[in-house]
Design a protein around this ligand. Structure first.
Ligand code: BES
Ligand code: ZN
Length: 422
C-alpha cells in the first residue's frame, strides 16, 4: 500500500513537472510558491544567470537551478555580472535560452566553444628557498589559542550566507579584525570591495612592495546551508572559516615581522577574503576581472579553503596530509608549493583533483592569473559535513590548521621576496 502511494506521488510529480512548462499559469504559480516568503529562498532574483560549467561550457540557469547544481556537487562560475546574457548569445557562448525545463535540468544547449580569454603566463618561481631561518623563527609566533578563539566567533554567526544580514554582519566583524591588525601601518591598505546585487563585501588587505606585481593569499568568508540557505544555520567552521582564520593568523604573524623590520615584501603582498564563493565564485570573479581590466599583474594566487578536517584520513588509517589540487591550477606554482611543503612542514601532500571551479583559485585562473589550491587532505577524505549545520569547530584539528598557517607564512614570505620572476 505504502509503495502504491509513493508510486502515485512520484507519477503525479513526473507528469505535472513538464506541464509547468506547457501551462504558463502553472509555472508562474509554482514559481510564486517557491519564491514566497514561506520558503524564504530569496528567489526574487529568479532572473536568468549565466554560468560556466567547464572550460568550454556555458549555460543559462535560474537561482534555484544554481542551488540544485551545488546540491549535485556540480561546480560552476557565475559570470552574470561580467558578461550580459545578450552579449553571451551575441558572442556565441550560448544558444538562445531554452525554455524546456528538461533541457535546463540536463544542461542541454550549452555550446561547445573555446573561451579561456587570457593565456596563463609562466613565471620563474624560486627553485631554492632563501629565507628558511627567518621563516622558521616566525613559526614560533603562531598563536593557535587565538586562532581557536577567532574561529569560535566567526562560526557563531547564524550563517555567513552572502545574501543574508548575518553574512553582512560577519563581513563587518572580519573587516574590524583586519583593520585592527593593520591600523598602525599607514602604508598598508584595507579595502571593501562592494558587489552589485548583494551586501556582503569582499575585503582586500594590501602590503605594498617595491613592485606592483601581486602575490595573493585568498579564502572565502561566506558559508551556506544547501537545504535552505536563507533560513538554516551554516556555521561554516571548516568551509571556509578555517581558511579565513588560517590566513588571518598568517597575516598577524607576518605583520609582527613587518613591524620589527625583519620583513618587507618586494612584490606587493595581498590577503583576500572573498564574498559569495558559494554563489558560484561571485566575489572573486568580480575582484579578478577588475584586476584584469586594470592590467594588474598577479604572479601567484594561493587559495586556502577547508584547512581543518583530518578525521576522514584518520578513519582510513592515513596520516594527516595536505591535498594539493592538480586540476585547473598552475603546474609551476604547484611545484613551488611542493618545495615549500617539503622544507617547512611536518606533513606531506597528496595530489588530488576537485573538478572545474571548485573554489576561488578558479576565478584567478579564469582571468589569466596562475593559481593554486591547497586543501585539508586528498579530496576523498575531506569534510563531509560542509554546507550543513554540522560543519562545526569541534570536528576540526588545530594542529592541522597550524600546518596550513606555516605553509601560508612561508609561501607569502618567500614569493613576495622573490625577484626576477620573468
Ligand atoms: N570548499 C568548497 C569546495 C570543496 C568541497 C573542495 C569539498 C574540496 C572538497 C567550496 O566552498 C564549494 O562549496 N564550492 C562549490 C562550487 C562553487 C563554484 C559553487 C562546490 O564544490 O559545490
Ligand atoms: Zn569552501
Amino acid at each position: 500500500m505504502r509503495l502504491l502511494i509513493l508510486f502515485s506521488v512520484f507519477a503525479v510529480f513526473v507528469t505535472a513537472f513538464p506541464l509547468l512548462d506547457l501551462i504558463p499559469e502553472f509555472r508562474s504559480t509554482f514559481n510564486q510558491l517557491i519564491n514566497s516568503n514561506i520558503f524564504q529562498i530569496n528567489l526574487q532574483d529568479n532572473k536568468d544567470r549565466l554560468i560556466k560549467l567547464g572550460p568550454n561550457e556555458f549555460k543559462i540557469v535560474s537561482e534555484i537551478e544554481k542551488l540544485n547544481l551545488k546540491r549535485q556537487n556540480k561546480n560552476f562560475i557565475d559570470l552574470t555580472n561580467q558578461i550580459s546574457i545578450e552579449k553571451a548569445i551575441e558572442d556565441g557562448l550560448i544558444n538562445k535560452p531554452t525554455t524546456s525545463i528538461w533541457d535546463r535540468f540536463f544542461l542541454i544547449g550549452a555550446k561547445q566553444i573555446k573561451t579561456l580569454k587570457n593565456p596563463i603566463p609562466v613565471y620563474n618561481y624560486p627553485t631554492e628557498l632563501s629565507y628558511t631561518k627567518e621563516v622558521k623563527s616566525l613559526f614560533e609566533l603562531i598563536d593557535i589559542d587565538l586562532v581557536f578563539k577567532k574561529l569560535t566567533k566567526f562560526s557563531s554567526f547564524f550563517t555567513r550566507y552572502y545574501k543574508s544580514q548575518h553574512g553582512f554582519d560577519s563581513a563587518n566583524w572580519l573587516y574590524d579584525q583586519l583593520n585592527k591588525l593593520i591600523s598602525e601601518f599607514k602604508e598598508i591598505s584595507i579595502t571593501k570591495i562592494h558587489h552589485d546585487g548583494w551586501d556582503q563585501f569582499s575585503i582586500i588587505v594590501s602590503i605594498p612592495g617595491e613592485l606592483k606585481d601581486k602575490v595573493i593569499v585568498g579564502a572565502h568568508q561566506d558559508s551556506a546551508n544547501l537545504i535552505l540557505p536563507n533560513i538554516m544555520r551554516a556555521p561554516g567552521a571548516d568551509d571556509d572559516g578555517s581558511g579565513t582564520v588560517t590566513t588571518l593568523e598568517s597575516l598577524r604573524v607576518l605583520l609582527q615581522a613587518y613591524k620589527d623590520k625583519t620583513f618587507k615584501p618586494y612584490n606587493t603582498l595581498e590577503f583576500h577574503y572573498y564574498s559569495a564563493e558559494e554563489g558560484g565564485l561571485l566575489g572573486s570573479v568580480d575582484v579578478f576581472s577588475r584586476y584584469s581590466a586594470q592590467n594588474e599583474t598577479v604572479v601567484g594566487m594561493l587559495q586556502q579553503d577547508m584547512t581543518g578536517y583530518t578525521q576522514g584520513s584518520i578513519d582510513k588509517g592515513i596520516e594527516p596530509h595536505f591535498g594539493l589540487i592538480s586540476d585547473y591550477t598552475s603546474i609551476e606554482l604547484n611545484e613551488f608549493l611542493k618545495l615549500i611543503i617539503n622544507n617547512y612542514n611536518n606533513i606531506s601532500y597528496l595530489e588530488t583533483q576537485c573538478g572545474y571551479a571548485c573554489s576561488d583559485h578558479a576565478s584567478a585562473l579564469e582571468n589569466g592569473y596562475p593559481s593554486s589550491f591547497l586543501i585539508e587532505s586528498d579530496f576523498k577524505y575531506t569534510n563531509k559535513f560542509i554546507h550543513s549545520n554540522l560543519d562545526t569547530i569541534d570536528r576540526l584539528d588545530f594542529d592541522h590548521i597550524k600546518e596550513h598557517i606555516k605553509l601560508t607564512i612561508a609561501y607569502a614570505y618567500e614569493l613576495s621576496l622573490a625577484k626576477k620572476l620573468y
